[in-house]
Design a protein around this ligand. Structure first.
Ligand code: 5GP
Length: 191
């Protein structure tokens, strides 16, 4: 059976990652999506078990202690993690799985699955545009926006360690490029 592939997609907050992943999944319905656990409260419209598994901090910390996470990180003051229970069966079944995780998580996945992961970083066309998107999204309070924004230079610096960096200017072009790199990876059995 073909080995599974982990497609990590990371970008700074407001980088358009959610829209890109939605479009990618619409065009490639065979892709699986890794549902993370988080201590962040749900945003309007988010559903437990579909967007995230929403946990209390105590529940999350118990899972860390029990070794249930493949990777986890603190991002913007909340805990986020990928569970073994969710990901490993998919990988064993040879699925291609999309992970929307931060750069710490992405680089940990690369360390754990060097042959079976593909790391894609979506870079905003400009920092100004990123700020505008984050502001217009209106889902975060001002202090939250400042917190998210202060992490951007560090995130962009980490992009060097990713396999592919795409400047996310145009949704269709970005998604085309992601599909192309996944297909190339599978064709050549690696990067
Ligand atoms: P948001 O709160 O906007 O949904 O996500 C905040 C950040 O956490 C994003 O960069 C997202 O990619 C990241 N994230 C979501 N799930 C995980 C996870 O399971 N592990 C890690 N390391 N980061 C995650």
């Amino acid at each position: 059976m073909q080995r599974g592939l982990l497609v990590v997609i990371s970008s700074p907050s407001g980088g358009g990652k959610t829209t890109v992943i939605q479009e990618l999944r619409r065009r490639c319905p065979e892709l699986k999506y890794s549902i993370s656990a988080t201590t962040r409260p749900p945003r309007k419209g988010e559903k437990n078990g579909r967007d995230y598994f929403f946990l209390t901090e105590a529940e999350f910390r118990n899972k860390i202690a029990a070794g249930e996470f493949i990777e986890w990180a603190e991002v913007h003051g909340y805990l986020y993690g990928t569970t073994r229970q969710y990901l490993e069966p998919l990988l064993q079944q040879g699925e291609t799985i999309v992970l929307d995780i931060d750069v710490i998580g992405g680089l940990n996945i690369k360390k754990l699955y060097p042959q079976d992961s593909l790391l894609v970083f979506l870079k905003p066309p400009s920092v100004k545009e990123l700020f505008t998107r984050l502001w217009k999204r209106g889902t975060e309070a001002t202090t939250e926006i400042v917190k998210r924004f202060s992490r951007v230079p560090w995130e962009i610096a980490k992009a060097k360690e990713y396999d592919v960096v795409i400047v996310n200017k145009d949704l269709t072009k970005t998604v085309n490029k992601i599909i192309e790199v996944i297909q190339n990876y599978k064709k050549h059995g690696g990067r």
